[in-house]
Design a protein. Sequence first.
Length: 160
Amino acid sequence: FPSHDRWVNNINEVVGVDDILIHLGDWSFGGFEKIQEFRDQINCKNIVLMLGNHDHHIQNNAENVRKLFTHVAHYEEMKITRSKKEKAESFVLCHYPIISWNGMRKGVMMLHGHQHLKREDRFGNGKRMDVGICGSPDFRPYHIDEILALMKDRPVSYHH
């Protein structure tokens, strides 16, 4: 994996101070002492964290570290509206890939991390995608518009 500094620089280059960064887990991969340090280096004020398998300190709220984030959860269903003219897009967010998720037959997209998949391997059944930055071509977070463009032509899954 690239260095911690490269992660921080790449995040700050594409995520603005007033944007919302949705991080799909393993924030504390570098250990407890890195949680605050990493957060202090990210310019974005609004970070939503889906807990990953390395985030037990955050899950347990050791030393009140959850205060560093706008929201912390294991799983979320979210609607995102890009503009008043466009319909809301629906997502299921979780660190782990889910093979069958709520709304999958209706085009709801499942975004996850955990697997560190690259290129075409990033995509699972239907509209499921590993959006971890290590799978991003430029090793940076995906913008919502990129995700929507990549998912646009993917078939809705009818898998149970």
